[in-house]
Design a protein around this ligand. Structure first.
Ligand code: HEM
Length: 581
C-alpha cells in the first residue's frame, strides 16, 4: 500500500471537515514522499553503478565522517566521552542490525569494519585539513606539529622544557602570538594581561586534568560559581591577623634552618635539596599545623619526590585533555595516589589528633556565610589542602635559585649585608614585621619573583564568545590562551637587561622596568594568588636570616639547571653557607 493511499484513509467527515487544511497538507506530504521514493527507485534502476558506489562501505564511512565532523567541530571543547559514547552507540546499533540480518562474517567485515576504518581515516584527514588550512589560528607562527596536535605541548611539558621553548619561539620569530596547539596560543603581550584575565574569565581546559580523584581545588575549578564561593573561604585564611600567626611559624622554621646550616658552615651542601625540604615542611606546618618531618627524617621520605612526580604527570596530562578525560573513568594512577596519600595522611592526622590547630585547613573547614556553603566532601577539602601544599612548596625553587644568583653576585650580597646590619644596629630585628620596610631586601625578593618564579608556564584561559580584539592581532572565540610568564617577565620589551638579576631596577634604576604591567609573578584577576603576602613574607624572612648569618658561595658553575613541570623544579647545585664573622 502506497503512502498516498494510506493518507486517503484519513476520515473525511466529522472533525476533519474542520481541519481540511491539515488533511490537504498531509495528502500533499504523503504524495511528495511517494514521488521521492518512486524517483529514487527509478534513479536506482537507471544508475546502477552510482548506486553501488553510494552504498559501498567506503562511501558510507566517508559520508558519516563528513557529517560528524560538520556537527562536532563547531562545538568548543566537545567532550571526548560524549563523542565516543555517541560513536559507540551508533556502531552497536549498526552492528546489531547487520547481525540480525544473519549475513556472512565476510559481509559483516565488509559492511561494519571497512566503513569504520574509512570513517576514522576520513575524520583524521578532515581534522588535519581543518587545523592546518581552515583554522583562524593558522596564520600565527609556531611549530608545525603543534598546529596539528596537542602532543607537541604535552611532550614539552612532560620534558619540563615548555616555558623555555615558548620563550625561544617568541624570541626567534619576534611574534607576539605563537600557536602552541591546534586551538591554543601563547600571547607575549603585557597589554593583553588585563584583557584576558579580567572579570570572571573562563579558565582554560588545561585545568581539567588537575582534578584530584575527580575533585577540583580552587585553582582547577572552571566553574565561576564555585570559584566565587571557594575564593571567599580561601581569602579568610590570609587576613592580616592570620598572616601574623603564619609569620611566627615561618620565623621558627627559619631559625631551625639557619641553625642546621650553621652546623655545616663552610661545608659543601646540596642547596636545592635543603630549600625544597624546608619549603615542604613549612607548607605542611602552615597547612596542617604540623611539619612533614622531611628535614629531620621522621616523615615520609617519598613525599617530596611524589609531589614532584605528580606535577610532571599533571603537566603532560593537562595538555592531553581527551586522554585525561578518559583516564578519569579508570583507576587513579599510582603517581597520583602516592602523592595524595602522603598529603592526606597529614590531613587525617590533623583531624584526629589536633582538630583545633590554627592553620590554613582550619579556614578551609569553615562555611562561607554568604552562600552557606563549604567544602562538602572530604575529597573536595583534600584537593584544596593538597593545593596549599603544592603552592607552599613552590617557594623552595625560588629560594634555591635566589641563593644561586646571590652566590655569583657578591656585590648584591654585600648590599644586603649592609642593609640588614644597619637595620639590626638601629634596633630592628629579623621578624616579618620588622623586615617589612627594608627597600633593598624587598627589591631582591621582587627581582627573584621575576627571574626565578616557580610558575613559568602561565595561566590558561579560554577566550569568550566575542573573541579578543587587540591592536595588532585578533583571537577568535573559544581560543585557549595563556600569557607565558617566563617570556613576559624576561622580555627586553618590558625590562632592560631582562635576563640579569638586578634588584636596583626596583629601587634607584626604575627606567629598567619599561612596563610594570609585565610584572605578574602572582597572576592577575580573580584567580590571582591569595597567598601572595604569605609567600613574600616567607621569602623575605628566609633570605634576610640566611644572608645576615652567612656568605653564600657556589661550588661550581654559573648556571643551575631547572625544568618546569607545572611548577619549576631546580636541579642540584652545590654551595657553601659560610658563617659571617
Ligand atoms: C613564590 C610563591 C608563590 C607564587 C609565585 C605564587 C603564584 C601564584 C599564581 C601565579 C597563581 C595563579 C595561578 C592560576 O591562576 O592558575 C596562584 C594561585 C594560587 N596560589 Fe599562589 N603563589 C605562591 C605561593 C603561594 C602560597 C604560599 C600559597 C598558600 C598556601 C598560595 C596559594 C594559592 C592559591 C590557593 C591559588 C589559587 C587561587 C585561585 O585560583 O583563586 N600560593 N599563585
Amino acid at each position: 500500500m502506497s503512502l498516498s493511499s494510506i493518507s486517503m484513509l484519513m476520515p473525511s467527515v466529522g472533525i476533519w471537515e474542520y481541519f481540511d487544511f491539515a488533511r490537504v497538507l498531509m495528502i500533499k506530504t504523503a504524495t511528495t514522499i511517494d514521488w521521492t521514493i518512486d524517483g529514487i527507485k527509478s534513479f536506482q534502476s537507471h544508475n546502477p553503478d552510482l548506486v553501488a558506489t553510494t552504498t559501498s562501505p567506503h562511501f558510507i564511512g566517508v559520508a558519516v565522517a563528513i557529517i560528524s565532523c560538520l556537527l562536532v567541530s563547531p562545538i568548543p571543547e566537545a567532550a571526548t566521552i560524549e563523542v565516543l559514547f555517541g560513536y559507540g552507540i551508533l556502531n552497536l546499533v549498526y552492528l546489531g542490525t547487520l547481525l540480525l540480518t544473519q549475513v556472512d562474517t565476510s559481509v559483516i567485515i565488509e559492511y561494519w569494519l571497512l566503513p569504520n576504518l574509512t570513517y576514522l581515516a576520513t575524520c583524521i584527514t578532515l581534522t588535519l585539513i581543518r587545523r592546518l588550512f581552515i583554522s583562524p589560528l593558522r596564520n600565527f607562527p609556531g611549530p608545525f606539529s603543534a598546529s596539528v596536535s596537542n602532543y607537541w605541548m604535552a611532550k614539552e611539558l612532560g620534558a619540563g622544557t615548555f616555558s623555555r621553548t615558548v620563550r625561544d619561539l617568541h624570541r626567534t620569530t619576534g611574534a607576539t602570538v605563537i600557536r602552541t596547539g591546534p586551538n591554543e596560543v601563547s600571547v607575549n603581550d603585557a597589554e593583553a594581561v588585563v584583557k584576558i584575565y579580567s572579570g570572571k574569565y573562563q579558565r582554560g581546559s588545561f585545568y581539567e586534568a588537575g582534578k584530584l580523584r575527580g575533585h577540583a581545588a580552587i585553582r582547577e575549578t572552571r566553574s565561576n560559581y564555585h570559584h566565587t564561593i571557594w575564593r571567599r573561604i580561601w581569602d579568610k585564611a590570609f587576613t592580616p591577623g592570620e598572616l601574623k600567626h603564619y609569620a611566627a611559624q615561618t620565623e621558627n622554621a627559619t631559625s631551625k634552618l639557619v641553625n642546621s646550616l650553621k652546623k655545616k658552615s663552610g661545608e659543601e651542601v646540596d642547596c636545592t635539596k635543603i630549600m625544597d625540604e624546608f619549603a615542604l615542611d613549612l607548607a605542611a606546618q602552615l597547612t596542617y599545623g604540623e611539619d612533614a618531618g622531611i628535614q629531620d627524617g621522621t616523615g615520609n621520605k617519598t613525599f617530596l619526590s611524589s609531589l614532584k612526580n605528580y606535577l610532571s604527570w599533571l603537566g603532560y596530562h593537562g595538555t592531553l585533555r581527551n586522554l585525561s578525560e578518559m583516564l578519569s573513568y579508570t583507576r587513579d594512577p599510582k603517581i597520583l595516589t602516592t602523592y595524595c596519600s602522603n598529603s592526606e595522611s597529614l590531613l587525617i592526622n590533623r583531624q584526629r589528633h589536633n582538630p583545633d590547630s590554627h592553620d590554613i585547613t582550619s579556614h578551609l573547614l569553615l562555611t562561607d556565610p554568604e552562600s552557606n556553603r563549604k567544602f562538602q566532601i572530604p575529597l573536595q577539602l583534600a584537593a584544596n589542602t593538597n593545593l596549599s601544599i603544592q603552592m607552599g612548596t613552590s617557594i623552595g625553587s625560588t629560594l634555591s635559585q635566589t641563593f644561586k644568583s646571590l652566590s655569583s653576585l657578591p656585590k648584591i650580597q654585600q648590599k644586603l649585608h649592609k642593609e640588614l646590619d644597619s637595620h639590626i644596629k638601629n634596633g630592628g630585628d629579623l621578624s616579618t614585621e620588622s623586615l617589612k620596610n627594608l627597600p633593598y631586601l624587598s627589591a631582591v625578593i621582587t627581582e627573584s619573583l621575576r627571574l626565578h618564579n616557580p610558575f613559568t608556564t602561565g595561566v590558561h584561559a579560554a577566550i569568550g564568545e566575542k573573541g579578543l580584539e587587540m591592536p595588532t592581532y585578533r583571537l577568535p572565540p573559544h581560543t585557549q590562551v595563556y600569557i607565558p610568564i617566563l617570556t613576559l617577565m624576561t622580555s627586553e620589551k618590558y625590562f632592560s637587561k631582562a635576563e640579569e638579576f638586578i634588584p636596583e631596577r626596583w629601587t634607584e634604576n626604575e627606567e629598567m622596568v619599561k612596563d610594570k604591567r609585565a610584572y605578574v609573578p602572582f597572576g592577575y584577576g580573580v584567580h590571582a594568588c591569595p597567598g601572595k603576602q604569605l609567600a613574600i613574607n616567607e621569602l623575605k624572612v628566609v633570605v634576610a636570616r640566611v644572608i645576615s648569618s652567612f656568605e653564600v658561595e657556589s661550588v661550581e658553575g654559573e648556571e643551575v639547571e631547572w625544568r618546569d613541570y607545572s611548577m619549576v623544579r631546580v636541579g642540584e647545585w652545590k654551595g657553601r653557607f659560610k658563617s659571617r664573622k
